[in-house]
Ligand binder design. Structure first.
Ligand code: IVH
Length: 706
């Protein structure tokens, strides 16, 4: 028999584990470490093992899953789970709003009064119903056909965000004898990505999207398997409520928004994006605003839901067939669509990288018509077991490049063909080779290959390199095809007559281009170096090299070992630099460019020389961001990306392109996207431009006063 002390301890452990779980999974604000949580958890497991009578139905120990079912039992919903009408256009929404106004107006009253609506995201997951009796979670079911669903109670218990019991003693938050909470089970985007990484590592099938992953995970007969899948839950309504005399909390509330606040107080996760708005304009503004933030939300949504806020008004409007008249779903354009894979082409990039590209039967997805999608590399085609002729699911989310997300194998025709990787470049007929250990195949043609030449010229001309105004991809295409230009140096020898003869090129635009080329001659060593397009030498490495060596000749002749002394230059980068400058034709191009009049100020004293003679150097105090890695994301209100970067680098920061555990600061502007999410997830400090400027100014004031 458990002693009274054991009984108290078990209750205390449950209460603390519930509290920590709530803070971690619902509030995303944990106060204990995972290890501390595990310690408490195992203590409770041990107590319950010794005294099974201590294991209550709502014990957190049930969260790890249990016995294996033969099948799911049927559950008849006390209150049917309905569906929602859909709106796709502003006009559809206007009609919805008009119908609501007409339905609510007294017979001869005017229908102009604006209605108050509760708006929330439309979660892209699976609808479920949770039954609580006397505050304890007793049964959970899928929607099924709306009338009868499947009993997935054991699986739902593994979802940490679903409370196993309602907070009992938090007067006046009493709950009814029976309460059904309705909501959506889903998988957060970050958890989905991690799950697919794991599947890949195990060589198992990838999930197409978070919704499929959530559905597959919830319908496991072995709840231990569900417990391994990171599912989440959001509540958006209630079903049956019995003994509501006791449901003071709910009775005192007369609107959807108030009910949602009550659910939140009962510790159900509810959307932080929920808003109350007025009238049609309010609805449409909400739709736009959530649409803009869609990519940055931690979960997938496929639209927003509008509900007439007042319960009395809801009741008056009632239902049509199986959907409420008082609510509708305003859908976003679908991000996934099914289409046919007609063929696979290959594209040749600047460094010769061969990228297979899917040619698709045009399909409307993510708001545009898509007829090509990247397939990344040959390995990806094999991994997805993609064949020409297959029916595929194409995905285009936000501004990202369209992708083939999955194959519908059931629809594969008998004559579907496997993709055969080319052995020769389609542009220049050079050999295609794939080095040991690399995933990417490359054309070996170098600048002999017109495709690589075009990309190299575009790289050279871009704003962050030589900044040649007016030289875009169409023009590069033309001047290379007309054989006016082979190397970057040829650009500086272009003449007006030759240019003006190109199709669609008048004298005026030709002379504008020549002006742009002329202006680009004044540059910096770092930009020039970056523009050369040496493999692995990005903008930041080019800057480090320029800073370290101070002049181009020193870099051209630097032995491998010396290159390694430069910040962030490792063996791969050093080898790539040596490869490039050891090639005679590359050195020739560089010389020709200088002969064409490209100039920059060579540093009077490079770090290298300074190091050799420290006595001469005026050692500066370490900058504000010395040794710190900073990532910029979004649009800053006043500084351009380049300017911000320059300021940060001047203060000693290393400006990186992606957020990782090593990132010290993220500077976020408007419409910051996945990088900001990542930063929040990894708990990296996030500041805005104003804070950055303030920090820089304060530091420089301090420096001056010292
Ligand atoms: S309210 C009377 N709110 O959309 C129907 N549904 O087509 C009550 N859904 O099966 C549903 N997010 O799974 C509501 N914020 C939200 C929702 C939502 C997603 C799903 C739900 C339902 C479907 C209706």
């Amino acid at each position: 028999m458990p002693t009274p002390a054991d009984i108290t301890r078990a209750a205390e452990l449950k209460q603390r584990l519930d509290e920590h779980g709530f803070r971690y999974y619902v509030l995303d604000d944990p106060v204990v470490t995972d290890a501390e949580y595990d310690r408490l958890f195992h203590e409770l497991v041990a107590l319950e093992a010794a005294y099974p009578q201590l294991a209550r139905a709502d014990s957190p120990t049930h969260r790890v899953g249990g016995k294996i079912l033969a099948e799911f039992a049927e559950v008849v919903h006390r209150v049917p789970m309905l569906s929602l009408g859909n709106a796709f256009t502003d006009e559809d929404v206007a009609n919805f709003d008009r119908r609501c106004r007409e339905g609510l107006a007294a017979d001869d009253a005017d229908t102009n009064t604006e209605i108050e609506y509760a708006c929330e995201p439309k979660f892209d997951g699976l609808a479920i119903s949770l039954t609580y009796e006397d505050g304890v979670f007793v049964q959970g079911a899928t929607r099924g056909d709306g009338a009868v669903g499947e009993d997935v109670t054991l699986n739902l218990k593994t979802i940490r965000a679903i409370p196993l019991s309602l907070p009992a003693n938090t007067f006046p938050l009493k709950f009814p004898k029976l309460l059904e909470v309705r909501g959506e089970v889903l998988m957060l985007k970050k958890d989905f990505a991690k799950l697919n990484d794991r599947q890949l590592a195990k060589g198992e099938k990838l999930f197409v999207n978070p919704r499929n992953a959530a559905a597959g995970s919830l319908r496991q007969l072995d709840s231990k398997l569900t417990a391994e899948r990171p599912l989440h839950f959001f509540a958006y309504g209630v079903g049956a409520v019995e003994d509501s005399a006791n449901a003071e909390g709910l009775n005192q509330r007369s609107s959807h928004a108030q009910m949602m606040n009550w659910l939140e107080a009962l510790r159900f996760p509810v959307s932080a994006e929920r808003r109350v708005v007025k009238g049609l304009q309010g609805l449409l503004a909400y739709y736009r605003q959530i649409g803009e933030r869609r990519a940055t939300l931690p979960f997938e949504i496929d639209g927003v839901v509008y509900k007439v806020n007042s319960f009395a008004a809801q009741e008056k409007l009632g239902f049509v067939s199986r959907a409420p008249r008082f609510a509708t779903a305003h859908k976003f354009p679908a991000e996934e669509a099914t289409t046919l894979l007609l063929g696979i082409d290959v594209q040749v990039g600047r460094t010769g990288a061969i990228t297979p590209v899917a040619r698709l039967q045009p399909v409307f997805v993510g708001g545009t018509t898509v007829s090509n999608a990247t397939l990344h590399n040959e390995g990806e085609i094999r991994r997805k077991d993609l064949r020409i002729g297959d029916t595929v699911i194409v995905r285009r989310a936000g501004d990202v490049i369209p992708e083939v997300a999955a194959v519908i194998y059931a629809k594969r025709p008998a004559d579907a063909r496997e993709f055969v990787m080319l052995t020769r470049c389609p542009q220049c007929n050079s050999h295609i080779e794939k080095l040991e250990g690399e995933v990417i195949a490359r054309c070996t043609g170098g600048l002999f290959c017109p495709a690589q030449r075009k990309q190299a010229l575009l790289h050279f001309a871009q704003r962050r390199a030589m900044d040649i105004e007016g030289l875009g991809d169409k023009l590069v295409e033309q001047i290379v095809d007309a054989q006016l230009v082979r190397t970057p140096a040829d650009l500086y020898r272009l003449g007006l007559t030759a240019l003006a003869q190109l199709e669609r090129m008048g004298e005026k635009s030709a002379s504008n281009l020549l002006d742009g080329i002329e202006k680009s001659k004044h540059t910096t060593l770092a930009k020039f170096l970056f523009g050369l397009g040496i493999r692995h030498v990005g903008e930041s490495t080019a800057k480090d090299l320029a800073k370290y060596f101070g002049n181009l000749n020193a870099i051209i002749h630097a032995p491998h070992e010396e290159l390694l002394l430069v910040n962030d230059v490792g063996p791969v980068v050093a080898q790539s630099l040596r490869h490039f400058f050891d090639e005679l034709h590359n050195r020739e191009v560089v010389e020709q460019l200088r002969a064409c009049g490209i100039v920059w100020t060579e540093q009077t004293m490079s770090i290298k020389e300074a190091d050799a003679n420290t006595a001469l150097v005026n050692v500066k105090a370490p900058g504000l961001f010395a040794g710190k890695t900073v990532v910029l994301t979004g649009t800053l209100p006043t500084l351009s990306r380049e300017d911000a970067k320059e300021q940060l680098e001047a203060a000693g920061a290393k400006v990186a392109g992606s957020v990782s555990k090593k990132t010290d600061f993220v500077i976020a502007g408007a419409e910051a996207g996945s990088k900001l999410n990542k930063a929040v997830e990894l708990r990296v400090a996030v500041i805005d431009e104003a804070q950055l400027i303030e920090m820089l100014a304060a530091h420089s004031r301090q420096e001056k006063s010292n």
